[in-house]
Design a protein around this ligand. Structure first.
Ligand code: PMP
Length: 464
């Protein structure tokens, strides 16, 4: 691609004016940001003409790949017909109502419970703020206003607004801004590699990890607990895939105490784990489901909450006015793009392809990465995958966190045409759902190359 962008100029504007999310501003200014200028299929290009295979789908969102004209056309047509109108004052618009019905039809019913309603926002964070508001409203309406506490997990990620960052279990986020806000508390995550006892099976560990929820409910007082929120697979925490026994046991516990269950599927919905919604895969029955990202493949911001019968019935029949909402709730252009995106996913059968073909193919390739001297616990679930970089494979000894081994590996990825994300010592991917087998082979070959280069660098420096 010809280099039509003045990289140094854009970098200077960027460092003078753009405060990036989750970024050490001074550090970035010293380096200069990589300027991404175009994308097609599963690849992105920077302003210097370097091509990178985007194994993170942007930020877990570009599920149908880049350059899909259908989505641009849907946005264009809707912008010309009705670019914006609010839905506050007894008005609606065609795409918002049509998409709500479509989402209701895609969400699988479990044990007769269905999701007939949608509350819209523009992001995952806002959607989880809406969850907090809806959960509190629900219990107020039922005459149990003392049920305020929402239980979440350490190393879970639910967003970055005040409430969503509080639900998130990231101590480095809580450390800035006096978080969590009151009435949000956390339990330990179901991370087998880190938290299992020696000799414990994955199934045994899953039951024990779910038991931490029951212990927390008893500690807080069952009559004070409003809800439990979790990601089906923890994404930003490093692709932490729970044992098979975990979610069914969580379901048993929330049922026992009558508390609401929120499935945060901002990453996991819309085919990413091989199903339209991930609660189906793991066999549980949430009351609220958070979505964003994949609903539009990231082409335009849209998020929301699928509201199950149990909550909707109370909010609608007993509710009166719900004093909450956003300017862009039900944005017509975002909803039109979402409809076109879901149409692509349906016509290309993406959830099923991930479940029956691409996911198993990726899983077999990932299992083979366990042979690498630097790698422990390489595994995938649908189209997310993670591995741990270890100092000693035999004993599982980890690297000193100060070494930032993940960042070393990520540097080799960037230099060799691969976008892979580092979370501490975990390397993770969430590739576009439209990959071919040949592209999966190409991606795994790049991953192996970067692991080799990281291994060599560590060896030369005497760390392994
Ligand atoms: N929930 C989950 C599970 C997420 O992964 C994210 C974003 N990575 C969010 C919520 C927050 O979404 P957003 O950045 O759109 O606010």
């Amino acid at each position: 691609m010809p280099n039509t962008v003045d990289t140094a100029h854009i970098q200077s504007l960027d460092s003078a004016h753009f405060l990036h999310p989750f970024t050490d501003f001074k550090d970035l200014n010293a380096r200069g940001a990589k300027v991404i200028t175009k994308a097609e299929g599963i690849y992105i290009w920077d302003s210097e003409g370097n091509r990178l295979l985007d194994a993170m789908s942007g930020l877990w969102c570009v599920s149908v790949g880049y350059g899909r004209k259908e989505l641009a056309d849907a946005a264009h047509q809707q912008m010309m017909a009705l670019p914006y109108y609010n839905s506050f004052f007894q008005t609606t618009n065609v795409p918002a109502a049509t998409l709500a019905a479509k989402l209701a039809s895609l969400a699988p019913k479990v044990d007769g419970r269905s999701f007939e309603h949608v509350f819209y926002s523009s992001s995952g964070s806002e959607s989880n703020d809406s969850n907090v508001r809806m959960v509190r409203r629900y219990w107020d309406l039922l005459g149990q206003p003392q049920r305020k506490v929402i239980i979440s997990r350490h190393n879970g990620y639910h967003g970055s607004t005040m409430a969503a960052a509080s639900l998130s279990g990231m101590s480095y986020m809580h450390a800035q801004g006096d978080l969590p806000i009151p009435n949000i508390t956390h339990i330990e995550q179901p991370y087998f590699f880190e938290n299992a006892r020696s000799g414990e099976t994955s199934d045994e560990f899953g039951l024990r990890a779910a038991g931490w929820l029951e212990a927390k409910i008893l500690e807080v007082g069952p009559d004070k607990v409003a809800a439990f929120i979790g990601e089906p697979v923890q994404g930003a925490g490093g692709v932490i895939i729970p044992p098979a026994t975990y979610w069914p046991e969580i379901q048993r516990i929330v049922d026992k105490y009558g508390i609401l269950l929120i499935s945060d599927e901002v990453i996991c919905a819309f085919g990413r784990l091989g199903h339209w919604f991930a609660y189906e895969k793991f066999g549980y029955k949430p009351d609220l489901v958070t979505f964003a990202k994949g609903v539009t493949s990231g082409y335009i911001p849209l998020g929301g909450v699928l509201v199950g019968d149990r909550v909707a019935k109370v909010l609608i029949e007993q509710g009166g006015e719900f004093n909450h909402g956003y300017t862009y709730s039900g944005h017509p252009v975002a909803c039109a793009v979402a409809l076109a995106n879901l149409q692509i996913m349906e016509s290309e059968n993406l959830p099923e392809r991930v479940r029956t073909d691409l996911g198993p193919y990726l899983a077999s390739k990932y299992a083979a990465l366990n042979e690498h001297p630097l790698v422990a616990h390489a595994e995938s679930c649908g189209f997310v995958a993670g591995l741990v970089l270890v100092k000693d494979k035999r004993t599982g000894e980890r690297f000193d966190p100060d070494l930032s081994v993940g960042m070393l590996c990520r540097k080799h990825c960037f230099a060799n045409g691969l976008v892979m994300r580092a979370v501490g010592d975990r390397m993770i991917i969430a590739p576009p759902l439209v990959m071919t087998h040949a592209q999966i082979d190409e991606m795994v070959a790049l991953i192996l190359l970067c692991l080799d280069l990281t291994w060599q660098e560590l060896k030369t420096a005497g760390y392994v």
